[in-house]
Design a protein around this ligand. Sequence first.
Ligand SMILES: NC(=O)c1ccc[n+]([C@@H]2O[C@H](COP(=O)([O-])OP(=O)(O)OC[C@H]3O[C@@H](n4cnc5c(N)ncnc54)[C@H](OP(=O)(O)O)[C@@H]3O)[C@@H](O)[C@H]2O)c1
Length: 319
Amino acid sequence: MSVSKTVTLPGGAKIPSVGCGTWTVWEAPPGAVCEAVKAAIAEGYRHIDCAWAYANEHEVGEGIEAKIKDGTVARGDLFVTTKLWDTAHRRGAVTEQLKKALVNLKLDYLDLYLIHWPTSLKEGDENFPQDENGKHIFAFHDLLDTWKGMEDAVDAGLAKNIGISNFNSQQVQRVIDGARIKPCNIQIEVNPFFSNVKLIDFCRERGLTVTAYAPFGNPNRPWKKSDDPLLFEQPILKEIAAAKGKTPAQVCLRFLLQRGLAIVPKSVTPSRIKENFQLFDFELSEAEMKQLFSLNRDFRVYEQDITIDHPEYPFKIPF
Ligand SMILES: NC(=O)c1ccc[n+]([C@@H]2O[C@H](COP(=O)([O-])OP(=O)(O)OC[C@H]3O[C@@H](n4cnc5c(N)ncnc54)[C@H](OP(=O)(O)O)[C@@H]3O)[C@@H](O)[C@H]2O)c1
């Protein structure tokens, strides 16, 4: 099965299907993300996935600026996404934060702006506001009010496309029902341990494209438990990889591409940045796809415990 190098949004814009993830909070020294973005663009990546909450948009911006200045790309060649953080869910705060993000990224528009999570935190300079007991301080904004702020960003020419991330099916439906501009993309966790089939089908039936985050289930996450399953050690994955002359990581990514998803693997390692982009010279058969689907165990690595008591916490229903 051949796969497209782009995923087409309902409005006709195309997301390059392989993007460069940039969430490196705990493992990258200062400067590493900038270097990773430069290496990714040099390698051929044209889609960069960022977020306010990663606190490194300025480094991503430096990397993009360097590759535009050295003539490797023009702004129009790139598809840049960033995400609205939970502390800016008030309608008026949405474009305020976006304008700051654009300064960080050294851009004058975004290709895609996403609401990062449906849960809101107290507005202010702190990304993770806590009370004196260390409990995160919630805010309560109607999702549709936040969505109106996203629509304002389109009207102001600051974002070409808008979407959501980590919403459950009911939240997706609420936004669709109340939207003037429908969400065109949802970014959610998808990897062989978390196939997320029902939510993907639900969103596609309603016209949203889907981006898979944590395509490897982030094997180096600091909160990994000793008995968590290890994706790259799965015999099925290793056997398919050996048969194709590819790595388990490449098989994971190809599996997602063949499902029609955009993907945003993250690496700050030049050899892996290259490896994660070499996905178009092999194919998985239907039988191999089936074997990879069989690895699903509904094992989610991003549970966002800090907002588990928030009324909009998304993971309390099956999908
Ligand atoms: N919307 C959301 O809420 C959300 C949540 C999570 C993530 N995301 C996005 O999705 C991106 C990817 O997710 P993620 O960063 O959590 O996890 P991931 O891409 O599944 O895994 C990243 C980890 O895998 C390692 N790695 C990368 N390529 C590899 C390869 N070919 N072989 C072996 N190991 C490899 C990386 O190490 P090195 O870097 O050391 O090479 C890093 O430790 C993020 O960066 C972010 O842009 C979005």
